[in-house]
Design a protein around this ligand. Structure first.
Ligand code: NAD
Length: 523
């Protein structure tokens, strides 16, 4: 007898600090995705009909499970994404826990039906109600850089409003995908309601081909285009959370001590691999020297190392090609006239993916550093004449995700925020709005479309149904057949009565208009 073995495809989990393979995880076969979709549909119809309290209870249990497992979860995030453990706790675990708290309450509350008051007399005899219903099965495709916060916050919101989910976690962070699956199981969600798919682009495409009711994609512009095309072919709606080129505007009255610390953190947290990181910094000439001096001083004190070392401020980039990209971006900018005032080099003696936190001045729109998403530890500064020029330059990009304004005058900050083209603008803070569950997150242009988080995020995950109940069911409607001159005249009178403006004109036409309501249809 010849023994046959079924080949199981696997994905490697790689430690970005060392380049070592940590383990391998089973890939989902694209052939199984249609069956997983069918199972999710069946689970969803049961889930959507549960009492809201039961759904709420499950989400609270998931929150409890995240808290119980938080040590192990943080370790896995550090192992696979390379970020310092403190960041794994603040940015991944905190966001997941807080989202669960928010959606356990607001997810179900926001599904309450709404009575609609009709303004037009023609619709007064009708009672209208808007119902919010789950969309069905949502497909989530996630990036690696917040491997728990992003997929978990979208999964939690989706199921809170009665959907099922097939979530393809990133092939860069397969262990985190397995841990999400485990959390869901331990929280006692029904089988097949939330399924994690493991693999790369081919599984993402298989997920879209299985025709979910909507796709929530988080990732690069390049992949975002492919997702949008694949969704368009099947007329599946999508939310695209893509890259950013966020501007930080430092005005002359800013607190430079605070603003420089913010710039350093906003540029280098998660080694700059953040959609909301500071990618273009515009500082007013009057305070530029002092601001840059402080940024350099603080950056030189940052400690580079593996995320598992508690003393580390800055971990590695995710893969060697990203280090190479930083080298090229810096080289090109210097050739174009920019100046490296701090860092600027790869650090191979520390590991394959380390790059120094880098500050460049004299950067401008002609350089790739100001055009494409950098997604690395480079602070690129342009000195501007005044606040107006800062706003003009900040808006001169095809991205539109978020921005921040730094000023001692809050009302000026707010008014500049209104002039900036971005989905979120923070005044005297940056990035942290992502962790505010109520704050809608998303952008436009190359940064994508649609929103996650908050009420706007919930609105993306439900369908809106309007139910109209006629309160005069014994009457045929005046606008139904048969037509004739009499109806035409009455319709004329009705327009003048409804929209005629003056009291006299309305009164003159009231009788004819009313007659129309109770006309004989001539059948
Ligand atoms: P990526 O585009 O390489 O991958 C994202 C996901 O898409 C992964 O799960 C990947 O496997 C999958 N994928 C790749 N090709 C696919 C295809 N052809 N069809 C279907 N799925 C496919 O992005 P990444 O490197 O994981 O993440 C970094 C990017 O994500 C950055 O541009 C960053 O700005 C962006 N991002 C945006 C947000 C946001 O909220 N706007 C948040 C985090 C990251």
């Amino acid at each position: 007898m010849v023994a046959t073995s079924v080949r199981v495809d696997t994905i490697s989990s790689i430690d970005p600090a060392t380049g070592r393979v940590l383990g391998s995880f089973e890939k989902t076969s694209p052939l199984t995705v249609p069956e997983l979709m069918a199972k999710a549909r069946a689970a969803q119809s049961h889930w959507a009909n549960l009492a809201t309290n039961e759904r709420r209870g499950r989400i609270r249990e998931l929150q409890r499970q995240i808290l119980i497992a938080c040590e192990g979860l943080a370790d896995a995030v550090v192992r696979e994404s390379g970020k310092p453990r403190t960041e794994a706790i603040f940015a991944d675990i905190f966001v997941a826990l807080d989202t669960a708290g928010y959606f356990a309450k607001n997810g179900t509350d926001s599904m309450r039906p709404e009575r609609v008051a009709h303004h037009n007399i023609a619709a007064k005899a009708k009672s209208g109600t808007i119902y919010y219903e789950p969309l069905g099965v949502l497909g989530i495709i996630s990036s690696w850089n917040y491997p728990l916060a992003i997929p978990l916050s979208q999964i939690i919101a989706a199921v809170a409003v009665g959907n099922a989910v097939l979530c393809k976690t990133s092939d860069v962070t397969p262990e985190c995908g397995v841990l999400i699956e485990k959390l869901v199981r331990h929280a006692g969600f029904p089988n097949d309601l939330i399924t994690v798919l493991q693999g790369g682009g081919e599984i993402g495409q298989a997920l879209i081909e299985a025709h979910p009711d909507k796709i929530f994609f988080t990732g690069s512009v390049e992949t975002g285009r492919k997702i949008a095309e694949a969704c368009a072919r099947q007329l599946i709606p999508s939310v695209l959370e893509l890259g950013g080129k966020d501007a930080m505007l430092v005005l002359r009255d800013a607190n430079l001590e605070v603003a420089s610390s913010a710039a350093v953190w906003g540029s280098f947290t998660n080694c700059g691999q953040v959609c909301l990181s500071v990618e273009r910094l515009f500082v007013e000439q009057a305070v530029a020297d002092e601001f840059i001096r402080r940024c350099v001083e603080k950056t030189q004190k940052l400690r580079i190392g593996p995320g598992s070392d508690p003393a580390t401020d800055l971990g590695p980039l995710i893969r060697p090609q990203h280090v190479q990209r930083m080298v090229e971006l810096v080289g090109e900018a210097v050739q174009g006239g920019a100046r490296v005032v701090c860092g600027g080099r790869a650090r191979p003696e520390l590991g394959p993916n380390f790059f120094e936190p880098t500050i460049l001045t004299g950067v401008n729109k002609s350089m790739r550093l100001f055009q494409d998403e950098t997604f690395g530890p480079i602070m690129a500064i342009e000195i501007v004449k005044d606040a107006d020029e800062a706003v003009r330059q900040a808006n001169d990009t095809e991205f539109s995700l978020s921005a921040s304004v730094w000023t001692g005058d809050t009302s000026q900050g707010k008014s500049i925020a209104r002039r900036l083209r971005a989905g979120t603008v923070m005044v005297n803070d940056l990035i942290s709005a992502f962790a505010i569950a109520e704050a809608p997150h998303g952008g436009s242009g190359l940064s994508g479309w649609g929103r996650t988080h908050g009420k706007a995020g919930i609105a993306e995950m439900v369908s809106v149904k309007y139910v109209d109940v006629d309160c005069l069911p014994g009457l045929s409607k005046p606008w139904w057949f048969r037509y004739g001159a009499e109806l035409q005249n009455a319709a004329d009178a009705f327009l003048k009565f409804e929209f005629g403006g003056s009291v006299a004109s309305r009164a003159r036409n009231a009788r004819a208009a009313l007659k129309m309501m109770f006309r004989n249809h001539g059948f």
